[in-house]
Design a protein around this ligand. Structure first.
Ligand SMILES: [Zn+2]
Ligand SMILES: [Zn+2]
Length: 389
């Protein structure tokens, strides 16, 4: 158990979410075990005792995330509700506790998977493993970050930016630059590949590079390669930085492969390959791409209030289309929207969700496009903010 707790403490630090030595990770094993000693563990054990859970993370995230969480906590009553897909499908809302006390926090965690403790950080839990607590912790940071920037852009647009958010912005952006790795260029192997061993190696390398560049939280995103009439694809819920045994080979003529472990997005990937000459697909959640996908500046858009899900008029960020990509096989389902959108293009952004990019022979162009699209979105965002000043 202790080894597992330390693994997640290290993951929080390696992913740049927490400073070294700060996270508290507890697990239930007859008694509660902690990754390190801390006076707070007594109160946290009361929380564990009040819930039927297996593990708990309490930590203060690094900047700019800590300031953003505190800002959102100050501007909300009992909870805040980001509108990105991760929140809509997974977190639902993010409750806010005003004190680090079991009496206040237990009722919040009976309804949600994690909460913000104003001025302290985030508490999240797992019912079977600390992995769940880690995923929730990271999702709260992602969703809060996206919400801060989306709200600010809309407030700017109507000429009523919150002075506090406006004042925070330069520091938040500077701290976010610190969070991003210095250079996101990766030396990826050149294709094309036909040997399954080479394919898996190239996928592992590209997945790791995408996580390292902080363009996806490792447990989301997916990746695939097409060769030998087979789609090699990461399994649903596999960590992009631990892909070794998590790649499925799905032959085109074997429908048995779909829906077992292969990514739920297999059909979308397959139809991209069948509809063009691409061989590689990379999917990540770079933050400014998600932010831009949720912003609509069409005057009097008929869909106002829903522009993070769909707009009537097709939207683009430069040459990149912003498309719906819902779960399931409906007309707005990813398997119907994505393949035509990337036809003849380098990629597409899915509303509130993330970016899909394609590669011709290997992952070099798909990876470069992911980084370029994110840079493009960030530049567009900053332009929007300064233009409406
Ligand atoms: Zn995704
Ligand atoms: Zn709209």
């Amino acid at each position: 158990m202790l080894k597992l707790l330390i693994k997640y403490e290290q993951k929080l630090v390696e992913h740049g979410l927490c400073a070294s030595g700060t996270p508290l990770v507890g697990g239930v094993n007859d008694v509660v075990i902690w990754n390190r000693e801390d006076p707070l563990s007594e109160e946290l054990e009361k929380i564990i005792a009040g819930l039927n859970i297996n593990s708990l993370i309490f930590a203060r995230p690094v900047e700019p995330f800590f300031s953003i969480l505190n800002y959102l906590a100050r501007h909300s009553d009992t909870e805040f509700v980001p509108e990105d897909t991760e929140t809509r499908t997974f977190l639902h809302s993010i409750p806010v506790a005003r004190s680090l006390t079991a009496t206040e926090i237990i009722p919040l965690l009976q309804k949600r998977k994690g909460c913000v403790v104003a001025g302290h950080g985030i508490i999240s839990f797992g019912t079977v493993s600390p992995e769940q607590a880690f995923v929730v912790f990271s999702s709260i940071i992602f969703s809060a970050f996206v919400k801060f920037f989306v709200d600010h852009a809309y407030a700017q647009q109507v000429g009523a930016p919150d002075p506090e958010a406006k004042k925070m912005l330069p520091e938040v952006l500077a701290a976010y630059d610190q969070f991003l790795p210095g250079h996101a260029e990766a030396e990826l192997v050149t294709g094309d590949f036909s040997n399954p061993g080479d394919i898996v190696r190239a996928m592992i390398q590209a997945g790791q590079a995408t996580v390292n560049a902080r363009m996806v939280d490792s447990f989301f995103g997916n990746i695939s390669y097409f060769a030998n009439d087979t789609v090699y694809i990461s399994q649903t819920g596999s960590s992009m930085d631990e892909l070794e045994s998590c790649i499925d080979a799905c032959p085109l003529d074997d429908s048995a492969c779909t829906g077992i472990t292969a990514s739920s997005e297999l059909l979308a990937h397959r139809d991209i390959y069948l509809g063009g000459s691409n061989r590689a697909i990379l999917h990540g959640h770079p933050k400014f791409s998600v932010i831009m996908s949720m912003l609509c500046f069409e005057k009097d858009c008929k869909n106002r209030g829903k522009c993070h899900i769909k707009c009537d008029k097709p939207r683009f960020v430069d040459d990149i289309p912003v498309i719906p990509g819902e779960v399931g096989s409906g007309p707005r389902g990813l398997s119907n929207t994505l393949p035509p959108a990337v036809q003849g293009r380098r990629g597409a952004i899915v509303y509130g969700h993330g970016v899909f990019t394609v590669g011709q022979k290997d992952f070099r162009d798909a990876y470069a496009s992911l980084a370029e699209i994110e840079a493009l979105c960030r530049n567009f965002y900053l332009k929007i903010i300064s233009a409406s000043n």
